[in-house]
Ligand binder design. Structure first.
Ligand SMILES: Nc1nc2c(c(=O)[nH]1)N[C@H]1C(S)=C(S)[C@@H](COP(=O)(O)O)O[C@H]1N2
Ligand SMILES: [Mo]
Length: 234
């Protein structure tokens, strides 16, 4: 896996190409890739962590990373929230829109090495939904269940953070199909494989359940700033 990572990173660098950009000094132009340009333009987050986690390169546009798409539309989508909860619930798309809406601007970090800075998402905090279903004290993990059997998980404490949302919109438009329409999870501060597209269920569980990528050796904690890409790194 380490080997694959190096190969794909090299291919990625080659694909990023080079453009002439101004660094803001009059008359001074330096040849930089767009990715390097963006990396230079940003530095430290309000929480003190570097804007670009180690080993990541910024990209200008979200990359479609594939997966088994769902077939649900906004008209027939429903989200099953179940497991270790006092009040299991099923939410329709209109139900989701009727809850408190949040608009967040955040960076997302794919484990293959790209980071999209300042992406804009709208949706509902997962914490808002958990308040409705009332997790039991035994509920320690959130298992995200998506179309085609894709799953991923985080501890419930992680899922309740303010910037963890179920997103229906991206840059002010309904989420494109390839990015997980009608609704995907968004966990900005974990590698992007923790953000399940084409979301169908949220299970509150007393036990963790290794997800689709986690079972294949990717990190379960997936912290980009600790560069937790693979299980062997932990
Ligand atoms: N259902 C589902 N969700 C998924 C995936 C997937 O294959 N299926 N891939 C994950 C990975 S590895 C990444 S990087 C992001 C990619 O999201 P994007 O295609 O919108 O860029 O989705 C994550 N969520
Ligand atoms: Mo990814």
């Amino acid at each position: 896996m380490q080997k694959d990572w190096k190969v794909s990173r090299r291919a990625f660098l080659a694909a990023a190409g080079g453009t002439i950009v101004s660094l803001g000094l009059p008359g001074v132009f330096i040849k930089l890739s767009e990715a390097e340009q963006r990396a230079l333009a940003v530095d430290i987050r309000p929480d003190g962590r570097p804007r670009l986690p180690p080993g990541q390169l910024a990209v200008e546009k979200i990359r479609n990373m594939g997966g088994t798409p769902g077939t649900a539309t906004a008209a027939d989508w429903s989200l099953n929230i179940h497991g270790e909860v006092e009040k299991p619930a099923s939410l329709s798309y209109p139900d989701l829109l009727a809850l408190d809406q949040v608009h967040i601007t955040c960076d997302v970090h794919c484990v293959t090495g790209w980071t999209l800075l300042d992406s804009q998402w709208s949706g509902v905090r997962l914490a808002t939904i958990l308040d409705i279903v009332k997790p039991r004290t035994s509920g320690a993990f959130i298992i995200f269940q998506a179309a085609g059997g894709y799953t991923t998980s985080v501890p419930i404490s992680e899922a309740q953070k303010e910037n963890v949302i179920l997103a229906h919109s991206f840059f002010g438009e309904r989420l494109p199909q390839e990015n997980g329409a009608p609704v995907r999870a968004l966990i900005p501060d974990r590698y992007f494989y923790k953000s399940a597209k084409w979301l169908e269920g949220v299970k509150v569980s007393s036990q963790d359940e290794p997800g689709f990528w986690e079972k294949q050796g990717f990190s379960n904690s997936a912290d980009p700033w600790k560069e937790e890409r693979y299980q062997s790194n932990q």
